[in-house]
Write a protein that binds this ligand. Structure first.
Ligand code: FA5
Length: 350
């Protein structure tokens, strides 16, 4: 009996060592067959029971059964361990579809485009059509037809990029007034957004390439109050409900009377001062107003040029700088930011 017990002990120790060495299922199965199989080592020990005295056999049988149960438990644990290790390895090389994804940076609509779209949408809601014009125009459309003859000093205000003696990159969107009126009879209600080009020195408020939104309404009985109403509405659309609009007398050869259009500074809300800057609001320079562009009643000479009778028809027009609208709307300190495509800046405004 003692000898059987020590043989069993020896078998169990070698079994443990063999299980430790087995690093895949096939190797574990070989260990199982070698020790617990029909002709395995435990069977050989079990056969030795027959050599024991009758009264020793039950105890020997129990000893062997207990050892087999322990070995089977050990084997089971080893199988489970192998399984979980191979699952971990599989996970490490496979895609976990439940894992939260990495956020890909999404692009956004550029603020200049957004302002153009919102401005156009406002006018379209009021029955206006959107028209897009060429960026290269003859001087006739840029100047002559707009009541700015060749020797007119106002041409100097539009310091332009000339392509030939008569062709230039348009310095404003106003040629679209002429093109539209030549093509259509009144009533006319259009809005014309687009790029403009001027040989201006670039600084915090000026670009050599910028955008304007032009508007034109010509019909019978149109007067200045219509212009004020529409532009006040546009400013409220872009800047919020409390926004006011101011018309300062000004001069454009193609409108009479003419005005420069200001809106309440969105930063200081018209106060001209800021708690954070007692020297005065740095957005509007302390005036409480931001200039957006020019406007006025279409000059009779312009109406005549396109064959409209100025005694019957009247109209208003305006041209706003889109980047200037952006400066005011987003409280941006420098107009050049709109041209830099800096994702950090654009994300802030998206
Ligand atoms: C004009 O261009 C007129 N065509 C506007 C107009 C249309 C008046 C219809 C009456 C009737 P002005 O040169 O002021 O006007 O330019 C209008 C606006 O364009 C300016 O107030 C400003 O907002 C913008 N702008 C002009 N030059 C630049 C520039 N270099 N960089 C950025 N914005 C500019």
């Amino acid at each position: 009996m003692t000898e059987l017990a020590s043989r069993l002990d020896d078998v169990a120790q070698r079994f443990d060592a063999a299980v430790d060495r087995a690093n895949d299922e096939q190797a574990l199965e070989s260990v199982r067959v070698a020790y617990l199989g029909r002709n395995g080592e435990v069977t050989t020990v079990r056969r030795a029971i027959g050599t024991l005295a009758h009264n020793e056999r039950p105890a020997a049988g129990k000893l062997i059964n207990d050892a087999v149960a322990a070995m089977e438990r050990r084997l089971q644990a080893a199988y489970e361990e192998l399984e979980s290790r191979s699952f971990d390895a599989e996970l490490a090389t496979s895609i976990d579809v439940t894992f939260p994804s990495i956020r890909r940076p999404a692009g956004s609509i550029h603020p200049v485009r957004r302002i153009i779209e919102e401005s156009c949408a406002y006018f379209v809601r009021h029955g206006f059509a959107v028209v897009i014009g060429a960026e290269v125009e003859p001087d006739y459309y840029n100047f002559d037809a707009l009541n700015i003859p060749n020797d007119h000093p106002a041409r100097e205000g539009f310091d332009s990029f000339w392509i030939s003696d008569t062709l230039l990159l348009r310095p404003h969107t106003s040629p679209m007034q002429i093109r539209t009126m030549q093509e259509h009879r009144p009533p006319i209600a259009i809005v014309a957004p687009g790029k403009c080009f001027r040989r201006d020195a670039v600084d915090a408020r000026h670009l050599f390439q910028f955008h304007q939104v032009e508007g034109l309404l010509v019909a019978e009985g149109i007067h200045f109050a219509h212009l004020k109403g529409m532009l006040t509405g546009l400013c409220r659309e872009l800047f919020g409900e409390q926004q006011n609009v101011r018309f300062r007398p000004s001069y454009f050869p193609f409108t009479e009377p003419s005005a420069e259009v200001d809106t309440t500074c969105p930063k200081c809300k018209g106060a001209g001062t800021l708690k954070s800057s007692p020297m005065g609001c740095n957005m509007c320079g302390g005036s409480g107003w931001i200039e957006l562009g020019g406007a006025g009643m279409v000059h009779p000479n312009v109406l005549r040029e396109v064959g409209y009778d100025p005694d019957r028809y009247s109209g208003w027009a305006f041209g706003f700088g889109v980047e200037r609208l952006g400066l005011a709307r987003y409280e941006v300190d420098d107009i050049r930011r709109f041209t830099k495509s800096d994702p950090g800046f654009l994300a802030q405004l998206s």
